[in-house]
Design a protein around this ligand. Structure first.
Ligand code: FUC
Length: 807
């Protein structure tokens, strides 16, 4: 399905190397420190009911370790010289988790005992251009080096240790199965020749796991200690460590629907698969593995550059961050954060892996905060907001596959939901659509309800629609996006209840907002569990019904589909009345609200009533609603958590408020970013990193309203710069250069053909040439918009005329 896109992407990559911004490729983005990550250990392991910070919390891991990953496996590297710690997460390994419904838990720890102190010229780094972590230092006149990477194509972790003197490498390889004492898993370690095997099971869901570590020495010797489960390397010249992990997990409807121990087949073991991968990696050897890894990774990472006229900094990352936190603006750090977001997405979400979870692919925990799941009331969606615009649509395929696997369960949930809340609307069979609620994980798919209304479904489906709109993949439209939208719309049509001449979702809840009994006294809704206000027609739910209906109609149009149900949508969409402006000029969160925050916490992290602004589009359609959204953001304020700042940043970008979007980004960096640049809620959650990455792209390029908007929310701080390779809906790849906030160069590659409509102040006077240098026939829609019929694969340059407002 992606083949055509990938082919075009590589054509484009070639074009970009020849482009005016060619030297961009030489900008190296790296995180680095002159010290190893500290490793003071975790807090006590005992079980806890705190979803935010379980007792296995490990501050050093969270703030200082460097993450690498290949979608399946996440690895955290400390880079130590006494005892190196390499913590390994396999996204499929779950214990019962914090809520008893499954939760991510650490797979393994790998310790390398070097016992080297007082080293000189120490440096550790994480190179984002190559996705390789490095450690180097000197000890007793010998220079030691290490490289670490996680390969997606060969599904293996490779670590290479070298020294500049022969026979200098002596250390013990000592793996550990964490949290065995907690008795939720069994496990043992064997050491035979040069192979360590970690094996056991997680009886809760019959999950069998295996990890293998192969120690390949060049020179010297290796000796296994069967009793201790370790391997000793003695006087080697160089060593390659290969690590493969696996479980018997299957992404399938049965895994979600089967109950408890029957979720997986207890008689199935990953041994053969893990061994075969190890053998294949061994046969390839380190150099070829690295070559395969670079080819795969750089094809994705190398597609986009963003240059905000910054000077690369020589400071260690924690100093760079500290200076920024003390108020020193730094565009380099902002660029680095953008590329780090892209790096983290590639490292935690690949075509054949599970999607990026709440912590991406990294958890050293016994119980990962919030179970390390796929949170569907904003977090998992935020993980993918930037996937298409930042030219990483392939990474979203992980979510599509997840969606396909959970769809039968989600259909069952829809039938149950309608029979519970609106039984008269129930259709026999399973034609009641589908719905997913908030706290999903690799083994469990919840229904909507509780603290978040069924808008969670539309929130999710927006990604499927976006995937089609960005890639123009017709097969996806036909097989995934349109059926998903039609079916979701059917579900929504059954949860709408007439209120006068309006149709309102009932019951309805604005995600996680909490109200007091005094606030809701005398109102038609009620407080659930004493906190969440459950009512009819919250903006979050009404908004997503509107978005889903309108997307369904648009996709039906693209396909020429005439399903009779579309008439129901056409009738109902006019009665949704989703956006209401209150007495303070705010977008109301609840219909019953008059003044801002009559109901709910005024500074709540969620801004779910602004979802029709971003990622939705409804609010964008009316200037007075845009103004009300801006007012709402002012009232809500930016004193909030990591991911919540990312939503504010994207929302401000949609409003064209570049400086305010930038302020949210700055606050995110100052207050919610760890020294390894991970996003902190706190604790660590990947959504903030990926959401702000999307925010940068959204500030530079937008395409939600049928036109490609160039530099729609440029802040003063970025008044000069250029970008290459961002993607607009319609599958257009855009490059732009600007000085003093005015575009000077613009080029567009059409990856799917079709009408290309570009909006920019003064662009009406521009001319467009194709790759042959000939002028293209175009239509000018006034001063600020042009459009032309683009040809598949063609690259166009725009000549912006001096003297217009564009130049
Ligand atoms: C949502 C948020 C919380 C947290 C959780 C994982 O429910 O409201 O703040 O991020 O997801």
């Amino acid at each position: 399905m992606m083949k055509k896109l990938i082919q075009l992407a590589s054509i484009l990559a070639t074009c970009l190397t020849m482009s005016a911004f060619a030297n961009e490729a030489s900008r190296i983005y790296e995180l680095w420190e002159p010290e190893p990550a500290p490793n003071n250990g975790r807090s006590k392991w005992e079980e806890t009911k705190s979803s935010r910070r379980p007792k296995s919390y490990d501050r050093d891991w969270e703030r200082w370790s460097y993450p690498i990953g290949n979608g399946y496996t996440g690895v955290s590297i400390f880079g130590r010289t006494d005892t190196e710690r390499v913590q390994i997460t396999d996204k499929t390994l779950h214990n019962k988790g914090i809520y008893g419904k499954g939760g991510l838990t650490s797979f393994a720890e790998l310790y390398l005992d070097f016992n080297q102190d007082d080293v000189k010229n120490y440096r550790r780094s994480l190179n984002l251009n190559e996705s390789i972590a490095h450690v180097s230092y000197e000890k007793d006149g010998v220079t030691y080096k290490r490289e670490y990477f996680a390969s997606y194509p060969d599904n293996v972790i490779a670590i290479r240790l070298t020294a500049d003197q022969q026979g200098a490498l002596s250390f013990t390889v000592r793996p550990e199965i964490p949290y065995l004492a907690m008795k939720q898993r069994t496990g043992s370690i064997t050491a035979v020749d040069n192979l360590l095997t970690l094996k056991g099971s997680m009886p809760l869901y019959s999950c069998n796991y295996e990890g293998q570590i192969k120690v390949l020495n060049e020179g010297g010797s290796v000796t296994a200690d069967a009793k201790k489960g370790t391997i000793k390397v003695n006087k080697a010249d160089a060593v390659t460590l290969l690590i493969t992990t696996g479980t018997n997990y299957r992404l399938s409807p049965e895994t979600f629907s089967n109950t408890s121990v029957k979720k997986l087949n207890p008689n199935e073991f990953p041994h053969d698969a893990v061994s075969a991968r190890m053998q294949a990696a061994h046969d390839l050897g380190f150099a070829k593995l690295k070559q395969n890894h670079l080819k795969d990774y750089q094809n994705l990472f190398g597609r986009v550059s963003v240059n905000l006229n910054s000077k690369p900094s020589a400071d260690p990352t924690h100093i760079l961050l500290q200076k920024y936190q003390k108020g020193k603006a730094n565009n380099w750090l902002e660029e680095l954060m953008f590329q780090y977001g892209r790096y983290l997405l590639i490292s935690s979400s690949r075509e054949k892996s599970l999607p990026a979870n709440l912590q991406g692919a990294w958890s050293q925990d016994y119980y990962t905060p919030w179970s390390g799941g796929f949170w569907h009331n904003i977090n998992v969606q935020m993980n993918y907001w930037g996937s298409m615009s930042a030219n990483l649509a392939e990474c979203f395929e992980a979510y599509t596959n997840f969606y396909k696997a959970y769809l039968p369960i989600a259909r069952g949930h829809a039938t149950d939901y309608v029979s519970k809340h609106n039984p008269k609307q129930l259709t026999k069979g399973d034609d009641n659509g589908w719905i997913i609620g908030t706290g999903a994980n690799a083994y469990y798919i919840p229904s909507a309800g509780g603290h978040s209304g069924p808008g969670t479904g539309g929130f999710t489906a927006k990604l499927l629609v976006d995937y089609y709109e960005f890639t123009q993949d017709k097969e996806y439209l036909e097989e995934v996006a349109y059926p998903a939208m039609l079916s979701l719309s059917k579900f929504y049509s059954k949860v709408l209840v007439p209120h006068g001449n309006k149709l309102l979702v009932e019951p309805s809840a604005s995600p996680e907002q909490t109200a007091t009994p005094e606030q809701v006294e005398g109102l038609p809704g009620h407080l659930k569990g004493g906190r969440n206000y459950i009512t009819a027609g919250c903006t979050f739910d009404q908004g997503f019904v509107w978005e889903s209906y309108s997307d369904t109609l648009a996709l039906a149009n693209a396909l020429g589909n005439k399903d009779p149900f579309l008439d129901t949508i056409r009738k109902q969409i006019t009665k949704l009345d989703p956006i209401l402006v209150g007495a303070d000029g705010q977008i109301k969160e609840y219909r019953e609200e008059n003044h801002y925050s009559d109901i709910g916490q005024p500074r709540h992290r969620h801004i779910s009533h602004l979802c029709p602004l971003f990622p939705g589009t409804l609010i964008n359609s009316k200037p007075e609603w845009m103004q009300a959204a801006s007012k709402t953001l002012d009232l809500r304020g930016d004193r909030t958590t990591g991911w919540a700042l990312a939503h504010r940043m994207n929302s401000r970008a949609r409003l064209g408020e570049g400086d305010k979007a930038h302020e949210a980004f700055q606050r995110f960096i100052r207050e919610r970013t760890a020294t390894n640049l991970w996003a902190l809620h706190p604790p660590f959650q990947i959504d903030g990193s990926l959401g702000t990455m999307a925010g940068v792209a959204e500030m530079l390029l937008q395409s939600h309203d049928d036109s490609i908007q160039i530099l729609p929310a440029l802040p003063k701080a970025w008044s000069t710069g250029h970008f290459d390779g961002l993607v607009a809906r319609g599958n257009f790849v855009v490059s732009a250069k600007w000085t003093d906030a005015k575009a000077t160069e613009l080029s567009i590659q059409s990856r799917s053909g079709g009408e290309c409509r570009i909006a920019y102040p003064g662009i009406g006077k521009a001319t467009v040439t194709g790759s042959d240098g000939n002028q293209v026939k175009l239509t000018r829609d006034g001063q600020d918009q042009i459009h032309f019929a683009s040809k598949l694969g063609e690259k166009y340059s725009l000549q912006l005329v001096k003297g217009t407002s564009a130049n």
